[in-house]
Design a protein around this ligand. Structure first.
Ligand code: C2E
Ligand code: MG
Ligand code: MG
Ligand code: MG
Length: 291
């Protein structure tokens, strides 16, 4: 209910309405959210959950790191309820740095474990965080301080983030790519972009947005969009991950059309780090057989 309230508020914008009691509750809730969020980092309330990623053969290839907030009263809060507020307030900069430090520390630890050493880890980057003048240096520091191998780290950028300042994006991406860091375009297909920019970016993967995966095999237009993305990625020599795969029907369609990477509830939900490591170790790096 609290999450719904936060979201209701953000959709209504900043208009004040003193006579609507529900609105007043929402306003104080957002203010409270921001106050709580400021405490979350110093109080150590953030967690990373990991959602496994598989290849077409059912082999575990890595995970996406998804931020969770262990709120003292509200319990585990998903990013949809607080990332936007964190971005508005610039709190996203130290929070995003914490995510990268934590992810790099994990990668460094995995390097010493035979069952985990080949796994990759993807980290979401927000626009305000990426635009920081020292973003490249910050990522470099996280890698150096942890000893993580850069090519195991993938940064997920959205199309709108990249296009908001293409020259800045290209410059930063090339600097990091030179160090070995990989890049994926997150939520691919939902942006407004011309595709021309794709060839100018040092990209490794496209992540097909969940909204196109949802109705695969049922919606002709979504079938066409996904086939087109897969064909284009093949021509551009980019890997693909399908996000939000929930059903056998979706999975069958994607396999039949040559999709190489899979992430979704059909395979595994985001889980605490220990559970992910147990899954990877217990199966010798092999995930559940493809359904
Ligand atoms: P995203 O990067 O597109 O992450 C995928 C989201 O889809 C995750 O939601 C994941 O739990 C959800 N998901 C995965 N498989 C399925 C499925 O089969 N069905 C459905 N219905 N959902 C699925 P989550 O964890 O709530 O994260 C939401 C968004 O918050 C992320 O979307 C990302 O944009 C943002 N986010 C998460 N962690 C971070 C972070 O560390 N930093 C930043 N800047 N943003 C983050
Ligand atoms: Mg993502
Ligand atoms: Mg996504
Ligand atoms: Mg997203």
């Amino acid at each position: 209910a609290d999450i719904a309230m936060y979201e209701a508020k953000s959709r209504r914008g900043n208009a004040l309405c003193f006579f609507d009691p529900s609105m007043q509750v929402a306003l104080s809730t957002r203010a409270q959210l921001l106050a709580d969020l400021k405490q979350a980092l110093p109080e150590g309330q953030f967690r990373l959950h990991l959602q496994p990623q598989f290849d077409a053969a059912g082999q575990l290839t890595g995970a996406e790191a998804l931020l969770r907030w262990q709120h003292p009263q509200r319990g585990l809060v998903a990013p949809g309820a607080f990332i936007a507020v964190a971005e508005d307030s610039e709190l996203i900069v130290p929070i995003g740095r914490w995510v990268l430090e934590t992810a790099c520390a994990l990668l460094a630890r995995w390097q010493r474990e035979p069952a985990l050493r080949e796994l990759g880890l993807s980290v979401n980057v927000s626009q305000r965080q990426f635009r920081q003048a020292d973003f490249v240096g910050m990522v470099g520091e996280c890698l150096a301080a942890s000893g993580a191998r850069a090519h195991r780290l993938e940064l997920e950028l959205t199309e709108s983030l990249v296009l908001e300042d293409v020259n800045d994006s290209i410059a930063k991406m090339h600097l990091l790519r030179t160090r070995g860091v990989r890049f994926a375009v997150d939520d691919f297909g939902t942006g407004y972009s011309s595709l021309a920019y794709l060839t100018r970016l040092p990209l490794h993967r496209l992540k097909i947005d969940r909204s196109f995966v949802q109705q695969l095999g049922e919606s002709h237009s979504d079938d066409v969009v996904v086939q087109t993305i897969l064909g284009m990625a093949c021509n551009l020599e980019l890997d693909v991950v399908a996000e939000g795969v929930e059903t056998q029907q979706q999975y069958d369609f994607l396999v039949a059309h040559g999709c190489g990477g899979y992430q979704g509830y059909l395979f595994a939900r985001p889980m605490p780090v220990e559970d992910f490591e147990a899954l990877a170790a217990g199966q010798g790096g092999t995930g559940p057989a493809p359904p």
